[in-house]
Ligand binder design. Sequence first.
Ligand code: 6PG
Length: 476
Amino acid sequence: ATARIGVTGLAVMGRNLARNLARNGFAVAVHNRSPERTRGLVAEHGDEGTFLPAESMADFVASLERPRAVIVMVKAGGPTDAVVDELVPLLDAGDIVVDCGNAHFADTRRREEALRAHGLHFVGTGVSGGEEGALRGPSIMPGGSAESYRTLGPIFERIAAQVDGVPCCRHIGPDGAGHFVKMVHNGIEYADMQLIAEAYDLLRAGLGAQPAQLAEIFRGWNSGELESFLIEITADVLAHTDAATGRAFVDVVLDRAEQKGTGRWTVQSALDLGIPITGIAEATFARSLSGHADQREAARGAFPDMGATWRVEDPDAFVEDVRRALLASKIVAYAQGFDHIRAGSREYDWGIDLGGTATIWRGGCIIRARFLDRIRQAYDERPDLPTLLVAPWFADTVNDGVPSWRRVVADAARAGVPAPAFASSLAYFDALRAQRLPAALIQALRDNFGAHTYQRVDREGTFHTRWPTDRTETRT
Ligand code: 6PG
């Protein structure tokens, strides 16, 4: 027998992807560096479909139909390079290596170029949805050549989540485009989670409520515009009680958020491209800050705690204010993320379809939400939209939310509850809509201390004022 596709690397994500493929009727070759995992998979789940287990990489490759398609599901970085190096001499021109890990898109570009020289396709593919998604239908973001997608498309579209009969998978664009889009997905995931966490913190402080009561609020929000997987699991987590102590689970978890790197990469790339993804940046820095235990302890010792004394006057109105502020801030974060994708696409000539990207995030992935369908619609109607903020539904929602947004950010500042992502999203919005920005003063200062020149509002050209001497203006 031959396999339609193979998976090497059978930790939980690889194993679940292989099971998903088998369950959907694709004969799948499976391989892992230590063969116990391969045997375990077949012993436990062999009845779900056709698995072709192999103990050596050579046997694994030999069991594949041509063109061969091999999914590599190992750790990003060195381990991926090691597996790719082992595979290349075993493959023939036209074969396809698919990296489904969270690789950096620059590594993917490098690998794609290297494999292209051997006549091989290297397809960096974003896969989102965690363990459950991999098994039951993830969102899949393949990069690489259009030719490779002719082989992979029918398989991936079959195993992906489906929304309204549309698969949550499409060819994103050449070389690193898939991993780039997955990276920004994760950046948005960071922002979304930070905003939810700030909303929870504000509600808890302002209402003096317990996590189980807050779970009900989030559950309610999940039947409105905020409906999303992350809001749903927030309600779930807040309602959970720790078995060992009987306390709310969220209260026994150490308040130090970790990260594996995709949020940081998103911010680094946005800095290079000059795209202000302030929501994602705040979220990434908020995680870093949470990890600085020594500084936090020192500051706690030096300054009084204020949070415990704050209670809002009208709890229902406050809950609604926080909901609107969350929605408006979330719109900013997504607008920035899509700006970032557009900039990356231009820089690397990827031709990424923004509406199409929103389409495949409607289901399967961690940021899946009702909201994504509105983003799809906005970019489908107007692919050259300057910012998502001005698309009709988004502009109306933000406008409606502005008074609430300002009250919540002001309340948070007065009460001393940190809400960096709420506050910076509002500041971004205010900066974008300002008639004039103090950037004019910055240009004047740069010219003053360093003769860096400026442009004028009333005349074309580049100018410099002779600050140290007679202050006359020259055109440069
Ligand atoms: C997904 C997730 C997945 C992973 C995150 C966690 O889309 O399925 O984003 O890729 O859980 O990378 O990232 P951090 O460890 O950096 O929070």
